[in-house]
Design a protein around this ligand. Structure first.
Ligand SMILES: [Zn+2]
Length: 323
């Protein structure tokens, strides 16, 4: 029997000095992803950077219309839509018609905003995305969330608002992984239940069968240092769709030193992973459910091979089918 896989995509521009263009980072690669999914009779969930949608509607209406059309296409093809938020869009400025940069990254982590700001950013972004989904169907309900930069802790800062807007599923956890470059970026998922998904109430890392939320973590694998080096060399040759620059980097020399280990954890993703390294890890994993993550902006020709491989060799399921 084929193993199960859930395909998740984060639909967004770059979040660093140059956002890149909507065409190259979102529309073109996503069109090809949608075609590939359709060919394989498969579908996934697209987490839409909805705070960006708010900015886009205000500053570039023609771009907004194209992005909106593509979100409707995702839905028409049977895909799901989830809420994704990068709060530092509030510090963005336009550098040309559909290209932005950021004055500051202080608000990269939603928890750096005050209570009122967190509430309004979540509600306004949700409202914008919901408006589009309701155009597809009055009955469509957005019930899934992935925090920008995976920063969902402490959950108490967002819990009540997420509940109020109808979020049930959280996809923000990367089991075993952690990052600390506070105040800008932080998550610590070192200790997570060793399960494909679980219910929780106040803390995504603590199972609670009476909780209102369900955590569906991204599947993480370990690459040994030789695979990492091999992979790095291979992906250097690939050209990706996106024409922007990644989020700010805080990795100095000591950060890098800390990262050097025999095994390094990677999310199951086609972003920056060669086909052979990805497939080898998929074959070797003992997980009964794989939750894959990818960003259209990072898609290369190799990423399409990985997506094709997943669709042909795994049973692609919808997240609602598991619980
Ligand atoms: Zn994101």
């Amino acid at each position: 029997m084929k193993k199960k896989i859930i395909l998740t995509f984060d639909y967004e521009l770059y979040l660093g000095k140059d956002s890149g263009t909507i065409d190259k980072c979102m529309l073109e690669p996503t069109q090809k992803i949608l075609e590939s999914l359709k060919r394989h009779n498969a579908n996934g969930i697209f987490f839409i950077d909805a705070n960006f949608l708010v900015i886009l509607k205000q500053q570039c209406l023609s771009g907004y219309q194209m992005v909106k059309k593509q979100i409707l296409d995702m839905l028409k093809n049977g895909n799901d839509i989830g809420l994704h938020i990068h709060p530092h869009w509030i510090d963005s400025y336009m550098i040309s018609k559909d290209r932005w940069s950021f004055r500051s990254y202080e608000n990269f982590r939603i928890h750096n905003l005050n209570k009122e700001q967190i509430s309004s950013i979540l509600k306004d972004s949700f409202k914008e995305l919901d408006l589009i989904c309701k155009e597809f169907s009055q009955h469509y309900k957005i019930d899934s969330f992935r925090a920008g930069g995976w920063c969902v802790q402490p959950f108490s800062s967002v819990k009540e608002i997420l509940k109020e807007i109808g979020i049930k599923y959280d996809f923000s956890v990367l089991p075993g992984m952690k990052k600390n470059s506070l105040p800008r970026h932080y998550y610590d998922y070192s200790l997570t239940p060793n399960k494909p998904y679980w219910k929780f109430a106040d803390d995504p890392l603590k199972e609670d069968s009476n909780g209102d939320f369900i955590e569906i973590p991204v599947t993480v694998t370990k690459l040994n240092i030789f695979s990492v080096l091999y992979n790095k060399r291979k992906i250097r040759a690939y050209s990706i769709y996106g024409n922007g620059k990644g989020a700010y980097s805080t990795s100095g020399f000591f950060e890098l030193l800390k990262k050097i280990r025999i095994f390094i954890k990677y999310a199951f993703s086609s972003d920056y992973m060669s086909f052979d390294v990805f497939v080898k890890n998929m074959i070797n994993t003992n997980k009964e459910l794989i939750v894959y993550v990818a960003h259209p902006k990072n898609f290369s020709s190799e990423s399409f091979l990985i997506l094709k491989y997943c669709c042909e060799n795994y049973n692609v399921i919808k997240y609602k089918d598991i619980v």
